[in-house]
Design a protein around this ligand. Sequence first.
Ligand code: ADP
Ligand code: MG
Length: 703
Amino acid sequence: MSDYINVAEIFGQNVFNDTVMQERLPKKIYKELKRTIEEGAELDLATADVIAHEMKEWAIEQGATHYTHWFQPLTGVTAEKHDSFISAPMPNGKVLMSFSGKELIKGEPDASSFPSGGLRATFEARGYTAWDCTSPAFVRHDAAGAILCIPTAFCSYQGEALDQKTPLLRSMEAINKQSLRLLRLFGNTTSRRVTPSVGPEQEYFLVDRAKYYQRKDLIFTGRTLFGAMPPKGQEMDDHYFGTLRQRIAGFMKEVNEELWKLGVSAKTQHNEVAPAQHELAPIYAKVNVAVDHNQIIMQTLKRVASKHGLHCLLHEKPFAGVNGSGKHNNWSLTTDDGINLLEPGNTPHDNIQFLLVLMNILKAVDEYADLLRESAADPGNDYRLGADEAPPAIISVFLGEQLEDVMSQLISTGTATHSMHGGKLATGVKTLPTFAKDATDRNRTSPMAFTGNKFEFRMVGSRDSVAAPNVVMNTIVADAFRQTCDRLEKAENFEMEVHDLIKEYATEHARIVFSGNGYSEEWKKEAERRGLPNLPSMVDAIPALGTEKAVKLFESFGVFTRAELESRMEIKYETYAKTINIEARTMIDMASKEIIPAVIRYAHEVADSLNAVKEAGCDYSVQEELLQAVSGKLREAQDAYRSLKKLSEEVSSLAEGEEQARYCHDTVVPAMNALRAPVDELEMMVDKQVWPMPSYAELLFEV
Ligand code: ADP
Ligand code: MG
């Protein structure tokens, strides 16, 4: 059978992983590298030289011709610059293939064009990439051939972070140190490292590639800026978990194969709620590897889609009125010897260490809700959060019945004495197996849900790197642990102090726990009464990065300096303004060059018919009615188009950054909506044959 796949055999075959290193590296070198990977020890150049040589030999066997430092600047996508392995030609006219330790550990892309938010002026354009040996190198095969990709961090000449990875690695240090402190206090002397485990579930849409190319909005902005709802949307819920269509199944098969070869443990795939929407989830991994793998997943989805005549949309809201896409960031804390600090066990009420960890997380999420919200801020997410499909822009925590019950026991008496259990599942059918239910049902509307032994942060946008939310999670939990350990280390009676802390945190931070319907209007009011921040848009969320509270937090752990935070705010404001500007210009272009001319052609046709029918002495009232209606909407569209054009031209006269972003949000976006409304109505009125682009129905149902 030609398409038989032996998963175990192909898994990780393109990765310079532990097995390969152990096989190929001299014992001493392998040991040193492991020490660096596991304990953060420094790597000397001589060792790096040996590793580089072996890595190159291995990559060439895989067919690689080039290598690249693969990094994640603040553009939202990964960046790479390819160098071939060839060295200067020898006297005999031949070349050798070489790759040195220096080339492995350090790169210097001319990176002056990457966003730095003012951290670098163009005259001080040096930026360095530094090998992150904790995330394995891999060989990627695509139209460019085979390329050795080396995951790296990206910093300025002064060492300031210009990427997603540097702060992530710093935050991992912070959480490791504070978690170990806590574990030692509870008598754990054996665990040597605590690492966040992360499993990001990725949602995406697939549309037909030929149809995609007929829509400028999809090409330039990744989402539809016009489009009337089709007669059928997602109301029947018949797509969710539905049988995969063959074309999609073929696509998924190839995606899986590619990912497995790259060592990405693609595990779960299914159709999502919206038509043409799907999800892929890997098995969780150490957070920095998970972040890299998620980038590989997004790139692979895009690349494989094009081979199948499809296009993969990663935008948070490609279609108005249809569910958007997000990324669920599942987060837990795991020791090197396999203990999950978020594992409650069967009787959480008497698992004191777990309860303390849980209350610390509640404290962290409550105190820094604004930072978590900010970490999911993205122009596309503004259309998704709070739109009856994704969590609202208000952060709250869902604990589930069992833990909420334990928590209320803690608040009322200071001690929990029992845990509720799920019981057996009663189906009423004898032939079905009976099994124990989970102690708790789920709540899809919660932005931060405890799901058994992990927290699931559901706000993250589908396009975004999961680095930012994890930097925040790691740092804020480290902060809570630090305060807790400071008190516990000084306590005269450890047990009493733990007891007091649990009760204190549970009482103080109960307001962040919410198990009701997060989509409801009622919750918005309730959240306001509780004093929880509601930051509906990206522009409202960005300032969270610049508060004194945030600066103090991040500086105290060396995760971000004030300057780095300011630069990130600047970049985010710019990203927002640029995104809205591109959307506005695309709408203007489509309206003036495609939509309005098409409607005029149609109106002309109706007018011709009206005249002909009138001449023939027949009833022309239908043509008249239609012409009136179309002309009226055409007038509205033309006025809205002119207004949007004028307003969007103003943007460049404003100061870059916050001022432009605010203006775009407050003025340009409403003008865009005002243009969309009459155009969508026109789409429902005019002849389908003249409409200049594929409709929602064609995009969503004809894949
Ligand atoms: P669901 O939320 O649909 O029940 P799963 O249990 O399959 O999903 O998990 C969803 C994601 O969470 C997967 O990527 C999975 O690997 C990841 N995950 C499972 N357990 C943990 C954990 N302890 N820590 C972090 N991620 C986890
Ligand atoms: Mg999930």
